[in-house]
Design a protein around this ligand. Structure first.
Ligand code: ASP
Ligand code: MG
Length: 422
């Protein structure tokens, strides 16, 4: 069994949909295909939710109209056998409309999940129709009956064992009963509670859905189809000529994402690592190219450096007012205040009299944090420093565009070199 994930960009218009169908057809199956909402649909559904909560009737109508036209347009475009798809879509759309005529409850996160989940339902409906038109034997499956979660709306936690049993009943059994079935199409991002209410797993949660299903299916591999050639060793928006990483371990990928690289979320990697299921990141624009494989072997991890660049960081230096040494009790007091004020530490450095952190936090909380720290400490801070992390730095080249900056802190471990710059 192989699991695919097609994200919003890979199914954003008719051409993209056809391309995704063609990719699917080059695989023998059995395939389980996870699809997320098409194009920017989730953003529009979030607008719809916001308008609904403040009873902005015009806003609700406007966004609904936009969503209807976009999806109905795609259905009309993909072929002429789509009456069935049209009917199911209209019915689903009307169900959303009916929900929106009700008075919104106080529970905003609950309302969010009931509304925003429609994007994935429509995307999978349309994608499975496109597959059927291309003579692929596929079935549409409702993730609201397969992925079991807690009732933490907007950020639901997975009930792994229950999900495994449901996946067995609803996916594995189907393939067993029907040997000509090539693929099952289902939604990313959404699940259900034990009372059948719809939940979501958090923005960008479809990769995670693919990993959950792969874990439950004991899949052979997972493919995530993207608009980039694979994982890159630097952000192309910041640096020229980033290189593709061909092969990387789960462990190293988790480290990179910890240091702030927008690779695959650790939440997605963990279940795959547990069952040793390789994850391939491939380009849907150039599906023949090799992409990146994330797997357990660590032997290639040090092949090339990766550059992670975090801008607009906060650098805080703290020293006790009474000139005492920085000791455990100070540090615990400082960290209590950090956690209370939502500060996320990226790097720490201390000496006898001084403790510095490079960190991230919401601007609105900064004043409060500085006030609270200032009761017992002298505090200096700088709001606009950069943090450059170079992982596997052995053959690194210091980025040209950062050479003119001042180095405020430099830290080196065996695998990581870090600079705080301004
Ligand atoms: N459609 C959802 C989002 O945009 C989930 C996903 O794309 O992974 O956040
Ligand atoms: Mg999306």
């Amino acid at each position: 069994m192989i699991v695919f994930k097609f994200g919003g960009a890979s199914v954003k218009n008719t051409e993209a949909l056809k391309n995704a169908v063609n990719i699917t057809k080059t695989f023998e199956g059995p395939l389980v295909i996870v699809v997320s909402a098409m194009g920017k649909t989730t953003n529009s559904l979030e607008e719809l939710w916001a308008a609904y909560l403040i009873k902005d009737v015009k806003g609700v109508e406007h966004t609904l109209d936009k969503l209807y036209k976009f999806h109905a347009g795609l259905i009309a475009d993909i072929g002429n056998e789509t009456q069935r798809c049209n009917d199911v879509f209209s019915e689903s759309f009307n169900e959303l409309k009916r929900q929106l005529t009700k008075e919104p409850s106080e529970h905003k996160a609950f309302e969010y999940d009931q509304i925003v989940s429609f994007g994935e339902l429509w995307a999978t409906l349309i994608f499975s129709e496109a597959l059927k038109i291309s003579n692929v034997n596929c079935r549409w499956i409702d993730a609201r009956k397969t992925i079991r979660t807690s009732n933490h709306y907007q950020n639901a936690r997975v009930d792994w064992l229950k999900t495994k049993a449901l996946v067995n009943d609803r996916i594995i059994t189907r393939f067993k009963q029907n040997s000509s079935l090539a693929c099952i199409v289902t939604q990313g991002f959404i699940g259900h509670t034990n009372t059948g209410m719809t939940t979501t797993l958090g923005r960008e949660g479809s990769d995670f859905s693919a990993a959950i299903l792969a874990w439950a299916l004991e899949a052979k591999e997972v493919f995530i189809w993207k608009d980039v050639p694979g994982l890159l060793n630097a952000d192309p928006k910041e640096f020229d000529g980033p290189l593709k990483i061909d092969k990387i371990s789960y462990k190293e990928a988790i480290e990179l994402s910890y240091f702030g690289a927008s690779v695959i979320h650790p939440k997605t990697l963990k279940p795959l690592q547990n069952k040793n299921i390789p994850l391939r990141i491939k380009s849907f624009i150039d599906p023949e190219s090799s992409g990146t494989i994330i797997q357990s072997d660590e032997s290639s991890d040090a092949n090339q450096p990766s550059y992670i660049y975090n801008k607009n960081q906060l650098l805080i230096s703290i020293s006790p007012k009474d000139f005492s040494f920085i000791m455990e009790d100070h540090i615990s007091e400082i960290f209590n205040l950090f956690s209370k004020n939502g500060l996320k530490v990226h790097l720490m450095q201390n000496s006898a009299l001084n403790f510095s952190v490079c960190a991230n936090m919401k601007k609105a909380m900064l004043k409060n944090l500085i006030e609270e720290l200032s009761e017992n400490f002298n505090v200096k801070y700088n709001e606009n420093v950069d943090l450059l992390t170079i992982r596997q730095y052995e053959n690194h080249v210091f980025p040209e565009k950062l050479k003119k900056k001042n180095i405020l802190i430099k830290q080196r471990t065996r695998s990581t070199l870090r600079y705080v710059l301004n």
